[in-house]
Design a protein around this ligand. Structure first.
Ligand SMILES: [Zn+2]
Length: 181
C-alpha cells in the first residue's frame, strides 16, 4: 500500500511539472499526452479537449444549446486567432457575435446568416487579433455547476472576447451589412 502511494505521488509530481499553456487563451493545463488536436485553431490540445467537453454538455441540454451554443463557438474561435487560423473563420465568428450583440438575432438563427455570408464572399478580410482576449477561458465554462451558471458564464466570457476585438467592430458591422441586403 505504502509503495503504491509512493508510485502515485511521484507520478502526480511528474505530471504537475509538465504544464502546457494554450497559445490562444493562455489557459495553463497539465500536459496530457493523450490529448490531440489537428485543426487550424491556435490552441493547445488540452484546451481543445476542455472545449470538446463543454460542447458535449451543450449538445446534451436544449436550453443551454438554444441560448448560448453559437456564442460559445464564436467566442472560442475568436480567443484562438493567430497561427494558422484562417481569415475566413475569424471574419465569420466576428460576424456571429455582431449578429447576436448588435442585430439581436437569436442564437439558433445565426448559423443560417453565417451560411449566407459564406455563400456570398470570395475574398475574406484579415482582422489583426488583439493582444489579450480577457481573463476567462473555456475552462471557466467547464467548471459551471448548473445550466444557469453555464449560460451566465458563457455570456460573461463572450462579452470579454467581443470587447477585446473592439478595434474591428465598425468594420465588422459594415462587412455584414454590405453582404446581407
Ligand atoms: Zn485556449
Amino acid at each position: 500500500m505504502a509503495i503504491e502511494n509512493g508510485v502515485m505521488d511521484s507520478g502526480f509530481t511528474k505530471m504537475a511539472h509538465k504544464e502546457r499553456q494554450c497559445p490562444g487563451c493562455r489557459l495553463r493545463m497539465p500536459a496530457d499526452a493523450t490529448a490531440a488536436y489537428a485543426g487550424y485553431y491556435h490552441c493547445s490540445p488540452e484546451c481543445w479537449s476542455v472545449y470538446s467537453e463543454v460542447l458535449g454538455t451543450q449538445y446534451g441540454n436544449a436550453i443551454i444549446f438554444g441560448q448560448v451554443h453559437q456564442m460559445t463557438v464564436d467566442a472560442y474561435a475568436l480567443q484562438h486567432a493567430g497561427g494558422s487560423h484562417k481569415d475566413k473563420s475569424i471574419a465569420i465568428h466576428l460576424s456571429g457575435l455582431h449578429a447576436a450583440n448588435n442585430l439581436g438575432i437569436p442564437q439558433t438563427q445565426i448559423p443560417r446568416l453565417l451560411q449566407r455570408l459564406t455563400n456570398h464572399i470570395k475574398h475574406w478580410p484579415y482582422y489583426a487579433p488583439p493582444q489579450s482576449t480577457g481573463p476567462m477561458t473555456v475552462f471557466d465554462i467547464a467548471l459551471a455547476g448548473t445550466p444557469e451558471e453555464h449560460i451566465s458564464r458563457v455570456k460573461k466570457w463572450t462579452d470579454f472576447v467581443w470587447n477585446a476585438w473592439s478595434d474591428h467592430h465598425p468594420k465588422i458591422a459594415l462587412f455584414v451589412s454590405s453582404h446581407l441586403h
